[in-house]
Design a protein around this ligand. Structure first.
Ligand SMILES: [Zn+2]
Length: 344
């Protein structure tokens, strides 16, 4: 198993979402492109593995072409960089590049929602809750077990006969699968942000979870800093699999088992958050500003700046016009659905 070396900057780890948050100016672009390059390299390893199976040839092809080029716009008058164009495979269980982009989008959507909830219900605090089941050799069976147990936990809350979740008014959670570090067996678990006025009791949750699962009392409850909610939210919106910690064979196996399953779910105050399908950046009101376009191409294991040019702000084609085509990549323009902007 490959792991990040001790002391490695988590922002440079292709598995980490941390680098997607924060500075969006031109000085952050080299490390961003470096991170995407590592992700693309891992995607190519997965694609190479799939290419060995005749029935996976097309998928291998699709993943291997993902992110062959990246087009960024630098809105230099305000020093903001946005990913504007890319041909992406959208297979977030196979492709770390798409996983980064998807996680980043979900993180932002739920952080925005949290700001709205917080303004309406100032007594609520976010808690990070982790629920696990015992490791096992059969991923499909273990995942089903975890999924069923989580449903039962929420049913107990809804039945209103006293549950550790009784005080929880909203939650969002995601499933993650990896191999247990000791057992080498599959270890599905879930991370949840639960909103409540009082911290849910870890002891009570452990007992309730054991009575539901029959095989695990291993749970964790900890407060998320209100000053820096991002660090806690990151835990939930990182990826369903840890690409850099598992061989491509495990990545492909997990994809076969989990594809099509809902791995991110919500309840109560967090229900109904819309996740944009588009994995490119939302220009967020920058459309009118002049920009430089920077074309990167993946060559020899890394992205290299192919060329750049000064562009005028596009005046003509409204975003989302049916049939509208982006400047590069000949793909329909997505991203017309704008979420209400929330002051942060
Ligand atoms: Zn991809």
């Amino acid at each position: 198993m490959r792991r990040s070396p001790p002391g490695a900057d988590p922002k440079e780890n292709a598995d980490s979402l941390a680098g997607e948050v924060g500075v969006q100016g031109i000085e952050a672009l080299p490390s961003r492109v470096g991170r995407y390059g590592k992700a693309k390299t891992q995607a190519l390893e997965v694609a190479d593995f799939m290419a060995g199976s005749p029935e996976l040839q097309r998928m291998a092809e699709r993943v291997s072409r993902c992110g062959d080029y990246l087009v960024f716009r630098h809105y230099f008058t305000v020093d903001q960089v946005r990913l504007h164009g890319a041909q992406l495979c959208m297979k977030h269980l196979l492709c770390p590049l798409c996983a980064i982009r998807r996680g980043s989008k979900a993180l932002k959507a739920y952080l925005d929602r949290w700001e709205v909830i917080r303004a309406q219900k100032p007594a609520l605090r976010p808690f990070l809750v982790t629920l696990t089941v015992k490791d096992g050799p059969d991923l499909a069976e273990r995942f089903k077990h975890l999924h069923k147990a989580q449903r039962e936990l929420w049913m107990r809350k809804h039945r209103g006969r006293g549950s550790v979740l009784s005080g929880v008014s909203g939650a969002v959670w995601s499933y993650e699968v990896k191999r247990g570090s000791g057992s080498g067996l599959w270890h599905p678990h879930l991370h949840m942000i639960a909103l409540a006025e009082l911290e849910p009791s870890q002891g009570q949750l452990a007992a309730e979870w054991k009575s539901i699962t029959g095989d695990s009392h291993v749970v964790d409850v900890r407060p998320i800093s209100q000053d820096d909610p991002v660090s806690g939210f990151l835990e939930v919106f990182k990826y369903a699999v840890k690409f850099s910690d598992q061989p491509p064979a495990d990545t492909v196996h997990a994809w076969r088992i989990l594809a099509g399953k809902r791995l991110l779910a919500s309840a109560g105050d967090f229900r109904g958050v819309q996740l944009p399908e588009d994995l490119l950046d939302d220009p967020e009101g920058l459309d009118e500003l002049p920009f430089f376009t920077l074309f990167y191409r993946f060559l020899g294991g890394a992205y290299a700046l192919d060329h750049q040019r000064r562009d005028q702000a596009p005046a003509a084609v409204p975003q989302g016009t049916p049939g509208a085509v982006s400047a590069v990549g000949h793909r329909p323009v997505h991203g017309a659905r704008r979420r209400p902007r929330v002051a942060t």
